[in-house]
Design a protein around this ligand. Structure first.
Ligand code: NAP
Length: 527
């Protein structure tokens, strides 16, 4: 396996050097620049990638399910074949530990294999048949057959904080390819070499499986590259993970096109954790320690990081904070992903330090080397939290705010007032169920995932997972970006009325109907 990183732009099966080598990879742990310099895609490369994706679309979306599933598995195999070179490069570009990168690689490959199963099962096609009723009175019913088809070429914006699982061959790419959509990735500038290695693995898999050339391209570049990609008429959907500002900018660009298109942006969440009284009384110390574990994991750079903790002001809450303080005092931070993310974290923590009515409760060590941010836990009274909207804003990194409530009703008030969230966590004992029962219907309106007696960091890739939620958690609360349901973002239904069999797609022809599950005249029939 060739693991040389050339810094070229990948379009279909080609690697292009346009001479614009303006992008550099940086090791955030040391500040050193890593070779080579990377080519920035300009309008010519965006045009070529979009043309190739469009040319591939009609062929790729009709690939046999088995062939498409094999392609997804082959991408996973090719990624594994990159071996240690991929791990080493990702560690150097992100400062994340090797064990984390290896875990993320396993998740990325597992995700691709899971989508291969989804493709083989064919249920995502949602085949429905309403058989003709020529004698129905007062009017006959025509023959109606429905299936989902792929939306079109999709632009994917890789995330900085998951260089593998949410980047070039991450969840957005895997679900779009599974749906039958060619993908053009706008690579994240924080890990260009990792991106290229994975991009070349996808190229190799596409070659091996005989996929149409434009099924995948990888472009690096700045805001102009991303903007012109989303503006291109051949792009029909966008997947994004990053900041609220970035996500909203793309939503704006997409909505102003001649043909507006959907943007599935996963943006900002503070993931409230509710500590109910009996749970705090029973295990304040254990909770305090586990909270810091979740808060500081990956330098706090998780979209599911526990950004606020809500509890009744009590000696038990003090015990919780004392345990959190003791655990945090020995914490040494690792470097954050980029100087920009580190700078934004420092600014966010500084704003909390100087905010009215906010007290610092615990602070971690500062560590040595560039881009380290000391973890921090603050607290404030419920009245103060509710009167300052800025206290609800995400501080991306290991910072959290504990909100001291006076009465159980304050917890309800907070639940009502918080913005949309990816997750909400409830720590409770049986004695807390009554209080929690009153909160759950409110939280259902606010979050994509409600979890009990755990921590929000750690998102299972599964059939029943939702990694989504109302704005600003995402730009479209009807969908998830993790788990097999993510494929739905990149599909649309088409109904075929009275089409002769010869013109129907193969899956909908009567002789093939038994191959995947279908809804026939309202009854679910299995293959
Ligand atoms: P980002 O600034 O939103 O950038 C993500 C991607 O979107 C990059 O490829 C970026 O391109 C592109 N982009 C941003 N604004 C754009 C625009 N106006 N037009 C076109 N493309 C645009 O996110 P980030 O670099 O990962 O981190 C910055 C901040 O995002 C963090 O400090 C944190 O607050 C937040 N964040 C949140 C999550 C989460 O899961 N909630 C995850 C990661 C980051 P270029 O960089 O090439 O310009």
């Amino acid at each position: 396996m060739n693991t040389t990183i050339t810094g070229e732009i990948l379009i279909g099966q080609r690697a292009i050097d346009n001479g614009q080598r303006t992008l550099k990879a940086v090791n955030p742990a040391t500040g050193e620049t890593l070779a080579p310099d990377f080519a920035q895609a300009g309008p010519a490369e965006v045009e070529q990638a979009c043309a190739a994706a469009w040319a591939a679309f009609d062929t790729y979306r009709e690939t046999r399910l088995e062939d498409r599933a094999r392609f997804l598995e082959a991408i996973g195999d090719q990624i594994m074949q990159l071996g240690q070179a991929l791990v080493d490069r990702a560690v150097a570009e992100t400062a994340l530990p090797a064990a984390r990168i290896e875990g993320e690689r396993a998740r990325t490959v597992g995700q691709l294999r899971l989508f291969a199963q989804v493709v083989r099962a064919g249920e995502f096609l949602d085949v429905r048949v309403d058989t003709a009723m020529p004698d129905r009175q007062p009017l006959p019913r025509p023959d109606l057959r429905l299936r989902n088809i792929a939306l079109g070429p999709v632009a994917v914006f890789g995330a900085s904080n998951f260089p593998l699982a949410f980047s070039v061959a991450g969840g957005d790419t895997a679900s779009a390819l599974a749906a039958g959509c060619p993908v053009i990735v706008k690579g994240h500038p924080a890990h260009p070499g990792t991106g290229e290695l994975v991009g070349r693995a996808i190229q190799a898999a596409a070659r091996e499986c005989g996929m149409p050339e434009g099924v995948f391209s990888l472009l690096l570049g700045g805001i102009e590259t991303g903007t012109s990609l989303v503006q291109d008429a051949r792009i029909k959907g966008v997947g994004f993970t990053g900041s609220r500002t970035g996500g909203l900018a793309l939503v704006d660009i997409a909505s102003k096109r001649r043909e507006p298109i959907p943007v599935f942006a996963e943006m900002s969440s503070i993931n409230p954790v509710f500590l109910f009284p009996a749970a705090l009384a029973a295990r304040a110390e254990e909770l305090g320690k586990a909270f810091i574990g979740s808060l500081t994991m990956g330098a706090g750079q998780f979209c599911t990081n526990p950004g606020i903790v809500v509890a009744l002001d009590s000696p038990d809450l003090d015990r919780f904070l004392k345990a959190a303080d003791a655990t945090l005092s020995s914490h040494v931070p690792s470097a954050m992903l980029t100087p920009g993310i580190h700078g934004a974290y420092q600014k966010g923590v500084q704003a909390l330090e100087t905010a009215q009515g906010v007290q610092l409760c615990a602070r971690g060590g500062t560590g040595e080397g560039p881009n380290r941010g000391a973890a921090a836990v603050f607290s404030t009274a419920v009245s103060n939290f509710l009167s300052q909207e800025a206290l609800q804003h995400e501080v991306f990194g290991a910072s959290s705010l504990v909100v001291r409530c006076q009465r159980p009703e304050d917890m309800r008030e907070i639940a009502e007032r918080i913005e949309g969230q990816l997750t909400v966590t409830l720590h409770m004992e049986e004695a807390d169920y009554e209080l929690a029962r009153g909160l759950v219907p409110i939280l259902e309106r606010k979050a994509g995932r409600i979890l009990a007696n755990g921590w929000p960091t750690g998102v299972e890739v599964a059939h029943a997972m939702v990694h989504g939620g109302p704005f600003p958690a995402t730009s479209d609360s009807r969908f998830t970006s993790v788990g097999t349901l993510a494929i739905r973002r990149f599909l649309r239904p088409v109904s075929y009325q009275s089409l002769p069999s010869q013109l129907l797609p193969e899956t909908l022809r009567s002789e093939n109907l038994g191959r995947v599950s279908r809804l026939e005249d309202g009854k679910r029939l299995l293959p």
